[in-house]
Design a protein around this ligand. Structure first.
Ligand code: HEM
Length: 262
């Protein structure tokens, strides 16, 4: 997006406060006595959203004056069917990209490291032959399902495997469950970096299929290639501290040990 590196920590903080709003660790801005409550979650997420939109509003103003070779400048010039995007469209898109791109991919990477450490044979296979990385990334996505769910509203009556869903019902699509569907994945509780086919739904399906899937796959691949090249003996050294959320399969803190590369 062309954001200067010195604001990356701010983006990390704000995405934590928007999507990790239900976790007391990220509720520092609300009075201590209400931390952990639904009200604390609402206030935390609202404040994160306002700060994020405020930040992007400033960046938009700067890019209007002085365009750069970045996504935000492109969006300012873009049109859809001859119509310019509104300021609100662009702000909402920046907000979505930052949240969707960051909270998911980094948790897929830390979740992947935990999973590989919990399955030392699969990890050894990968480290012995890093050409297996693409399959490993797909299996990590299936296994960790970094987003727990999205939801939809049914537009007509339908029956899915014996369950009636009425038009207007809100439906939650639980990705970890779909990704362990015995009818699709033989032996679904086995972590297998060479699983083929691997038609997981970690990136959703259909019209709203993840816009950043290719980018996320690449980030994960490069991260594991580099991590194992530089720190081949990296190990998880304690229980991961998980995010309190039913939306993001997040890891907040993960102690690891490794021998530093010389
Ligand atoms: C491992 C990483 C990622 C996972 C697991 C993931 C997961 C998902 C899922 C499940 C959806 C479907 C939403 C739905 O059906 O309503 C989605 C949509 C989306 N993702 Fe990702 N995502 C990841 C990385 C990224 C990255 C890196 C970006 C951008 C840089 C991104 C941008 C988006 C956007 C913009 C949408 C909305 C697409 C639409 O509604 O048409 N995601 N993602």
């Amino acid at each position: 997006m062309g954001l200067p590196q010195d604001v990356w920590p701010l983006m990390f903080e704000l995405t934590n406060s928007v999507l990790g709003a239900g976790d007391p660790e990220y509720q520092a801005e609300v009075p201590e006595e209400i931390r952990g409550s639904g009200e604390a979650e609402r206030q935390t997420s609202m404040s994160g959203e306002m700060r994020m939109l405020g930040y992007f509003a400033e960046i938009l103003a700067q890019r209007r004056k002085e365009p750069k070779d970045d996504l935000i400048s492109i969006l300012l010039e873009a049109d859809v069917d001859g119509e310019r995007l509104t300021e609100q469209d662009i702000l909402a898109f920046c907000f979505l990209i930052i949240l969707a791109g960051n909270e998911t991919t980094r948790n897929a990477i830390s979740g992947g490291l935990v999973t590989l450490c919990e399955h030392p044979e699969e990890r050894a296979r990968l480290q012995a032959d890093m050409s297996l990385i693409d399959g490993a990334v797909e299996e990590i996505l299936r296994w960790t399902s970094p987003l727990h769910h999205m939801s939809r509203v049914a537009t007509e009556d339908v029956e899915v495997r014996g369950t009636k869903i009425a038009s207007g019902d809100r439906v939650f699509m639980w990705y970890p469950s779909a990704n362990r569907d015995e009818d699709i994945f033989p032996d679904p509780y086995r972590f297998d970096i060479t699983r083929t086919p691997n038609d997981h739904l970690a990136f959703g399906i259909g019209e709203h299929f993840c816009l950043g899937a290719g980018f996320a796959r690449k980030e994960m691949r490069v991260m594991f290639e580099e991590l194992f090249r530089r720190f081949p003996d990296i190990q998880v050294a304690g229980p991961p501290e998980r995010l309190r959320s039913n939306f993001i399969n997040g890891i907040k803190h993960l102690p690891v040990t490794f021998t530093p590369a010389r």
